[in-house]
Ligand binder design. Structure first.
Ligand SMILES: *Cc1c(COP(=O)(O)O)cnc(C)c1O
Length: 391
């Protein structure tokens, strides 16, 4: 049996749900028995164009038959065109491609350190926020100010300081001229969809400016259209120096990216690199995703359908006491429950609905960006049916 084979040979780093997924079509995914699931999780905000998206398939098939990988010793068209497209629509100057969110944050931290030491040998301090999540490699893990992720792996990377999210007083106390960078999410995803205050973020930006520290916004989850704008920060009236992104960018292929303004465009040959980064398949996918968002009205669709989803969930909250709070933006919505999330998620799977947990009692809706009203209605009906079992 597949599950036995897994427990024998795959390192036990994941607690998996009891389902073997096999294929997908649009917003639906099928298991090995052919059972159909409505996917409101997108493989954790990754499958931005759903499954078997015709335009994506066509581009990838074309590229597959031409060339998959070259390394970064040579020029390739998809990588360069994708960087230009990202720059055009984001307003950032330059892009570095890697393969995941954690890698994007590693690069951003290195950029912040280099920015710092180029001015003063002691300007090496990073600041991040409690409840944040930035990834599992050492730099990103150190930036992830959550004991549960760090505990077995100490010591962490030196030079990181933690302050409370949404607490500007604490940041004022901790930031100094030795701070080289501040990293945070505008909506904390993994810890349960916590949205930053607009005024707070403006103050964070001002402090970064006053102390000449780079403001790094981690858009690994919020980026690439997820919240209804290409990047979420633009809805908060701030101008970061660096943003990192990944998840939805490759529509299912592994890719990460760091976008920098002029001021942070400081890496030179030899400073950083990765064998697979910006490979032809991943950047071909990213090109399709950005094209759909910015040139084919997908961003506008996310805004409309996101509002519809939120309205429906607000109504559900009025009907069901078990729904304590509904928060988030666009198609990144958290539903806080008074009952344990994991039970609810398991029951949803039984009913044919995939949703994602966040913390003990929050479930996340991170559906494909192409979702339609009928899918929202179906998802809310199924979720309500599951919640009713607890009333
Ligand atoms: C998922 C996530 C990461 C880590 O990305 P990986 O691709 O899993 O390394 C980093 N930051 C945020 C905000 C995330 O949601």
């Amino acid at each position: 049996m597949l599950k036995d084979l897994e427990s024998q040979h795959v390192m036990h780093t994941y607690n998996r749900f009891d389902v073997v997924l096999d294929r997908g079509e649009g917003c639906y995914i099928y298991d090995n028995y052919g059972k159909k699931y409505l996917d409101m999780g997108s493989g954790i905000a990754v499958n931005s164009l759903g499954y078997s998206h015709p335009k994506l398939m066509k581009s990838l098939e074309g590229q597959l038959h031409k060339l998959m990988h070259t390394s970064n010793l040579y020029y390739t068209k998809p990588q360069i065109e994708t960087a230009a497209l990202l720059a055009k629509y984001s307003g950032f100057k330059k892009v570095f491609f890697c393969n995941s969110g954690t890698e994007a944050n590693e690069a951003a931290i290195k950029i912040a350190r280099k920015h710092g030491v180029s001015q003063s040998p002691t300007k090496t301090q990073m600041i991040s926020m409690t409840g944040g999540f930035h990834g599992r490699t050492y730099g990103a893990l150190t930036a992830t100010a959550q004991e549960k992720y760090q505990a077995p792996f100490k010591p962490m990377v030196p030079g990181f300081n933690y302050v409370e999210y949404n607490n500007i007083q604490q940041l004022k106390q901790v930031i100094t001229h030795d701070t080289c960078g501040v990293i945070l999410e505008v909506i904390q995803g993994e810890s349960g969809i916590h949205v930053a205050d607009k005024c707070y973020l403006k103050e964070v930006m001002k402090l970064c400016h006053d102390y000449n520290a780079l403001l790094i916004i981690d858009e690994v989850q919020t980026g690439v259209g997820r919240t209804g704008s290409l990047f979420a920060y633009s809805q908060f009236d701030i101008e970061p120096d660096v943003i990192t992104t990944a998840k939805g960018l490759g529509a299912g292929l592994p890719i990460g990216a760091v976008l920098v303004k002029e001021k942070a465009d400081i890496l030179v040959p030899g400073d950083h690199g990765t064998t697979f980064g910006g490979n032809l398949m991943a950047t071909t996918a990213a090109q399709v995703v950005i094209g759909e968002l910015c040139e084919n009205n997908l961003l506008q669709h996310v805004q409309e359908i996101g509002n519809y989803l939120k309205e429906k969930l607000e109504c559900l909250k009025k009907r069901k006491n078990e729904v304590v709070d509904v928060r988030g933006m666009g198609l990144m919505i958290g539903i806080e429950l008074s009952i344990p999330a994991r039970h609810v998620i398991n029951q949803c799977i039984e009913e044919g609905l995939l949703v994602i947990g966040a913390g003990e009692n929050v479930i996340r809706f991170l559906p494909p960006l192409i979702i339609e009203k009928q899918h929202v209605d179906e998802a809310v009906t199924l979720l309500e049916k599951v919640i009713e079992q607890y009333s």
